[in-house]
Design a protein around this ligand. Sequence first.
Ligand code: GDP
Length: 447
Amino acid sequence: MVLDDLGSSLRGTLDDLRGKSRIDKADVDEVVKQIQRSLLQADVDVGLVMGLSDSIKDRALNEEPVAGTTARDQVLKIVYEEMVGLVGDSTEIPLESQTIMLAGLQGSGKTTTAAKIAWWFSKKGLRPAVIQTDTFRPGAYDQAKQMCERAEVDFYGDPDGNDPVEIAREGLEATADAEVHIVDTAGRHALESDLIDEIEEIDTVVDPDLSLLVLDAAIGQGAKQQAQEFEESIGVGGVIITKLDGTAKGGGALTAVNETESSIAFLGTGETVQDIERFEPNGFISRLLGMGDLKQLSERVERAMAETQAEDEDWDPEDIMKGSFTLKDMKKQMEAMNRMGPLDQVLDMIPGFGGGIMDQLPDDAMDTTQDRMRQFEVIMDSMTDEEMENPQSVTSAQIERIARGSGTEEETVRELLSQHKMMDQTLNQFKGMGDGDMQRMMKKMQK
Ligand code: GDP
């Protein structure tokens, strides 16, 4: 993730300010130095970093802290606001009929992103179609077709065609029923004049409402030149940063946004069609600074719950708050958790869990947790309905049978049962809580 270490290093410095009611120049210099180091390491343009440092310094020393806040809160607020300013607003994507063209170098993630954006629009209730005009990269057609099938969206391409402009024209006609057209274009390893000529021609035929530049988060300073050239040839309305799930830095992409005076539209966070997020500057920076991103988290939870429920209409998560919490409920919750994406990404969105805490966990902690969840699922498959409904009455003999049946250790079965008991007890405390209580609790978590 971009600036991965910024949150934790910054939090350390900010924690040193705890208890101070005013900060002095030395404190501010230290905070700014850390921000500079992180941003430069993440390949953000030097000019941008210097501009940001000056504003933070100026504001931290001259603005009066809001009554009742500590120096730490004040600095955090300023850093947060300035960082949000640096990444800028999110590209506006109206939920209406439109044509979007994707441009970028080969391997940046265009084809994958085209299917992801189509999936995103389909979830918003619009009918999208992907038009694949990349005749240059072998395999682009098959890859796009498969991903669109997975996303359950319309697709047009011509595996034997060799004229991208012609394919674009035919594609728009063939998918006239769709409301949103997403046109994927070819890339090269580097910007070559024939690529620019080709994309300009496609641009003329397609006449897109919006052209988005797809950039791999790992791109460094080269982003600047690329962004300039695409901006000159087709005009860049927004940027998509892909592969943010990797160890990439992402700063180059931020620089490109600045260079094209555009904004970030989407973020790519994985290889499957669902791994796309609308860019939300506030949530993004909160997450970066370890302040969590409750909005993104609640969207993911809602989607995962809805999908899990859609599979089994008899199961209603609301029942958990009313009746008893059985192993069946726990299994459904685990399925929903799996749908929410990798655990570390999810935890990153929870306030207080961001950056710092995750860094302190041993590297394999996450793998262990996910392995354990998988084992629990196998165990539950070996249990009878009666045992799933009444896990508290499972006997030692039954535990032995379940362990044998699932090829696991008895100890693991016991662990599952005790985990269920713990969750049941925790849930009991929440039962009877009104919505107001829940909101108060969420507010508390945000602090
Ligand atoms: P194109 O040449 O620009 O069309 O790039 P592709 O869509 O073929 O993507 C290149 C590679 O990057 C493929 O292996 C994709 O699976 C992978 N990829 C694309 N987006 C992401 C992302 O957000 N995260 C990860 N981890 N991989 C991605």
